[in-house]
Design a protein around this ligand. Structure first.
Ligand SMILES: *Cc1c(COP(=O)(O)O)cnc(C)c1O
Length: 389
């Protein structure tokens, strides 16, 4: 669905995405494959357009978190291999196989279920084995006294009929955090992962084509851990300290407009709860951007947005559909002026920090009523609104 609405919208800079992809590609080298993580609608950037762009650039693999996300890509003609990182009910095995979608195997019980279902169908499901080396989430446990049973479980899984184990992977818990302790933890996870792979390959006589573990933190800090394929998400979209260090560019700019301007005398309480009271004659712009669009209410009365005349303070509580900006010292900013919520002039990292969270959460929170504009070669190539119309 196309939207021509100029209310609140995001601009997705596909040129920045291409720049980030090519920069990361060069960083990891030609012998390492590249999986782009496009789960959660490509971190709010639009999974279909992002995937099309990565496919055209020659990326090797995509990853999503569910079969619905994978099917969205297939329905939109994305042909690349897709790995589902999360849970898929066994009733969906036939669709996984028919649409050439790779499934993570997170424990022996899941391997048994998927194998039985694939055998019943007389088909083969492509899988990647997930190893839990210290994230303590999904994967075969292999730490300490779980090593032998973990290795045995993985060997059982890869030998099950109806399963074809193309890959094996693990996920780092603190590869993006500074300090010796985090570095030691990450190096231990990596060492354990490679030890598990050696043991499985030695004992089973089988080899994995795709061994992968490098998320954003590892691509930035530990290129020696690239193995056969890297698996970054956030870096592709250009956020965080590492992105800045590597010369990557933020892909999303979120914008809104001034819808109404009001002038209040000193002593006026603004918005729900009256937490902000004017101390002078105050010119307030109402913006059509609230928590239902993905604004974090925790930022109420506590952030700045960027007007054409520079930063302006947000005043009072953020509402469901609106918020209020202090334009007293911005006489040229009026109804219809564009406001940058985040982007090149207002780093998302700063807003995230003020809200006590990480950029990922702000990106993912941009809601479905916020249309996207896709930009390539500096020109608008598409608009998209996710409402049922
Ligand atoms: C989300 C995710 C990634 C990507 O993480 P980033 O920090 O965005 O690079 C990689 N691997 C797995 C298993 C994930 O769930």
């Amino acid at each position: 669905m196309e939207s021509t609405l100029k209310r609140t919208w995001s601009e997705i800079d596909l040129d920045a995405l291409i720049h980030n992809y090519r920069t990361l590609r060069k960083r990891v080298g030609e012998n390492v494959k590249f999986l782009g993580v496009v789960k959660a609608d490509a971190y709010g950037h639009g999974a279909v357009e992002v995937s099309k762009t990565l496919e055209a650039e020659g990326a090797d693999y995509l990853a999503v978190s569910s079969i619905d996300e994978a099917m969205e890509l297939r329905v939109n003609d994305i042909k690349m291999p897709i790995l589902i990182l999360g849970h898929t009910p066994k009733e969906q095995v036939e669709r996984l196989i028919d649409f050439n979608i790779t499934q993570a195997i997170t424990c022996k019980a899941k391997a048994v279920e998927y194998s039985e279902e694939a055998v019943r169908l007389g088909k083969v499901l492509k899988v990647h084995i997930k190893v839990d080396t210290g994230m303590s989430r999904l994967g075969f446990l292999v730490e300490d006294n779980h090593f032998d049973t973990g290795v045995a479980g993985i060997i059982e899984a890869i030998n099950m009929p109806g399963l074809m184990a193309e890959g094996i992977f693990t996920h780092f818990a603190v590869s993006d955090e500074p300090g010796e302790e985090c570095e030691a933890y990450t190096r231990h996870q990596f060492e354990l992962f490679t030890r598990v792979i050696s043991a499985v390959e030695d004992k089973s006589g089988k080899k994995f084509d795709l061994r992968h573990c490098a998320n954003t933190g590892a691509v930035a800090n530990y290129t020696e851990m690239s193995l056969d394929m890297v698996r970054p998400g956030l870096l592709l979209y250009g956020y965080g300290d590492f992105a800045k260090k590597l010369g990557l560019k933020p892909v999303m700019t979120l914008k809104t407009v001034v819808s109404t301007v009001k002038i209040y005398p000193a002593g006026t309480k603004i918005s729900y709860g009256g937490i902000f009271e004017t101390d002078r004659t105050t010119r307030i712009g109402v913006l059509p951007y609230g928590y239902a669009d993905g604004f974090f209410r925790a930022l109420s009365n506590n952030c700045e947005l960027i007007t054409p005349e520079g930063p302006a303070r947000l005043r009072g509580k953020i509402c469901m559909d609106m918020c209020m900006l202090d334009l007293t010292d911005k006489p040229g900013v009026d109804v219809g002026s564009e406001i940058e919520i985040w982007g090149k002039n207002n780093p998302i990292e700063k807003l995230a920090e003020t809200a006590g969270t990480i950029p990922y959460e702000l990106n993912c929170a941009v809601s479905k009523r916020v249309p996207r504009t896709y930009i390539k070669n500096g020109e608008v190539i598409g608009r998209e609104l996710m409402l049922r119309m």
